[in-house]
Write a protein that binds this ligand. Structure first.
Ligand code: NAP
Ligand code: GLV
Ligand code: GLV
Length: 380
């Protein structure tokens, strides 16, 4: 059956129509949208939804859309949404690199996203990939399943101990900060970070952690902000990327950057694939067998560089860093509240933390609109 034919319609008697371009986990989001009096059309197909289908489904009556990071929301789509009476688009993600924010603003479409509630989940995945690389988990699992395990050996699958290593964090926003704390508190790694601003919260938390280490007669750990990406790459044993994808961060890591990293370095990417030049990374990993990469995101998803797929020193996951049940259901609720809040003309939420919206009787506000500054006269 084609994608076009797999749309499920909830509350068909309403003509306040919205689209949800993929089925979302849980029940709360759909109940919320139905209770807001909306007719909800959900694409139940797992295939990517092409632009021509999106345009066709928007048609001439559509108030809003919950869309996916696999879709490119450009000027043509926002123009069509505006023409159909649309007011709001919500990306079911925190990253909005697939959304033309300027075009949405030009057409007076509010753009929402789902920040914060995926912070721990994504940081935990970066941590999982770090351990998988350091301790060669996937490679050794495959070895065992292939019946190659002939008994304990002193030199079998030697990996890297994390304690005392230097961790380089590129982008210490919500996720980078959380991952840095998990790694430093848990494994006592030293930190070096590359960010545009000094991260007071991170620096202060390490000062406090060092008091605790001192009380326990353990060595303190260090933290350094670096203004030089090069310095971080040279010094770090582990490098983890947590920047959004934009013009500045596209191909931030290329051959010249990989070549100055340690031979035994671990590179983790849970941000966006195009932050790394994927072909250059594949070349580098093929030539440097002790170098390891743990990747959740890829430059041309769902296509993944063939060379990468063949390498034992690379661990790959299919863009699942935010995939815990709690997070994905919370993202669905925030997305639904972004849509219903705009349609009900609720005020914008003025705090960073959207978790109050996950409780019963959530605030009467729109949780997370990105272009609200330029939409100040939106409800006039
Ligand atoms: P965030 O809180 O906005 O953090 C992003 C950080 O990157 C900010 O600290 C920002 O610095 C920094 N940054 C931006 N451009 C930079 C540059 N050119 N050089 C250095 N630092 C730069 O975002 P988040 O919630 O942590 O999410 C980060 C990204 O992770 C998202 O945009 C998304 O693409 C990705 N993500 C992926 C998954 C997944 O499933 N794999 C899940 C969730 C998120 P300033 O503070 O100076 O602006
Ligand atoms: C996932 O990749 C997100 O940006 O939420
Ligand atoms: C290993 O299993 C050990 O006991 O050292």
């Amino acid at each position: 059956m084609s994608t076009q034919n797999r749309w499920k319609i909830y509350n068909p008697s309403s003509d306040l129509r919205i689209l949800v371009t993929k089925m979302l986990p849980g029940q709360i989001w759909i109940d919320l949208l139905i209770n807001a009096g909306l007719r909800v059309e959900v694409n139940t197909s797992e295939e990517l939804t092409p632009k021509r289908i999106l345009l066709k489904k928007i048609g001439n009556n559509c108030m809003g859309v919950i869309g996916q990071l696999t879709e490119t929301w450009d000027a043509e789509l926002f123009k069509a949404l505006k023409k159909a009476g649309g007011k709001v688009y919500c990306n079911y993600a925190v990253g909005v690199d697939n959304v033309d924010l300027n075009a949405a603003t030009e057409y007076q479409i509010a753009v929402g996203n789902t920040p914060g509630i995926l912070t721990e989940t994504t940081a935990e995945m970066a941590l999982a990939l770090t351990l998988a690389c350091a301790r060669r988990i996937v490679e050794s699992d495959q070895y065992l399943r292939a019946d190659q395990f002939k008994g304990w050996l002193p030199g079998l699958f030697l990996g890297e101990r994390l304690k005392g290593k230097t961790l380089g964090i590129i982008g210490t926003g919500r996720i980078g900060l959380k991952y840095a704390k998990m790694m430093s508190y848990g494994f006592k790694v030293n930190l070096i970070y590359y960010s545009r601003r000094k991260n007071e919260e991170l620096e202060n938390s390490i000062v406090r952690f060092n008091y605790l280490l001192k009380e326990n007669n353990e060595n303190p750990i260090s933290i350094k902000k670096s203004d030089s990406l090069k310095e971080l790459l040279i010094k770090a044993d582990i490098v983890s990327l947590h920047v959004p994808l934009n013009n500045e961060t596209n191909h931030l890591i290329q051959t010249e950057h990989l070549s100055i990293m340690k031979d035994t370095a671990i590179l983790i990417n849970t941000s966006r694939g195009a932050v790394i030049h994927e072909a250059a990374l594949a070349e580098h990993c093929a030539k440097n067998k002790n170098f390891k990469a743990g990747l959740d995101v890829f430059e041309n998803e769902p296509v993944v560089n063939d060379k990468l797929k063949k390498l034992k020193n690379v661990t790959l996951t299919p863009h699942i860093a935010s995939a815990t049940r709690w997070t994905r259901e919370a993202m669905a609720k925030i997305a639904a509240l972004n849509i219903s809040g705009i349609i009900n003309e609720f005020p914008f939420w003025d705090k960073e933390d959207v978790e109050p919206f996950l409780e019963k009787g959530s605030p009467r506000a729109v949780p997370s609109i990105i272009n609200k500054q330029v939409l100040d006269r939106f409800y006039d």
